[in-house]
Design a protein around this ligand. Sequence first.
Ligand code: RB5
Length: 145
Amino acid sequence: MLIALASDHGGFDLKEAVKKHLEKRGFETLDLGTDSAAVSVDYPKYGELCGRTVASGEADLGVVCCGTGIGISMAANKVPGVRCGLCTDTYMATMTKRHNNANILALGGRVLTVDEALPIVDAWLDTEFEGGRHQRRIDMLDDIR
Ligand code: RB5
C-alpha cells in the first residue's frame, strides 16, 4: 500500500513524524512536500496535490498536515473523489474510515502532539469501511459537483 503525504510549513514536523511511523509499520510512502518548516508555503497547493495523487489512484491513501489541518483538508476535499477527514482524536479517525471511507486523513501540526497524532493515524489505517448504507451516502457525496 502506498500512502501519499503532504503538508505546508505548519504541518511539516508532523508530516515527517507520520512518514517515519508509516515506514516503520511497513507502508510505502510518497512525500509530496513541503520540505521545511522554515519556509512559508501555501497549503492549498499541497492539499490539492495530495488529493489529485489519491484520486488518480497513484497512491492508495493520503495524509495531509497543516497548522490546524483545516485549510489543507479543505483543499484536498475540492478534488473529486477525495474524502478527506480532519481528525483530532481516535474516535473521529475510526468513524471517518468506518462511515465516510476517508481516503485522506488531515491532521493539525499545531493542534496535536506527535504522541496524540500517531494513534489517530493507526486508528484510521486499522479500521475497515462498513459499506452498506454508508456506501449509498458516499455515492451521494460523489454526486455533489
Ligand atoms: C499557516 O500559517 C496556517 O494558516 C496553515 O498551516 C493552516 O493552519 C491553515 O488552515
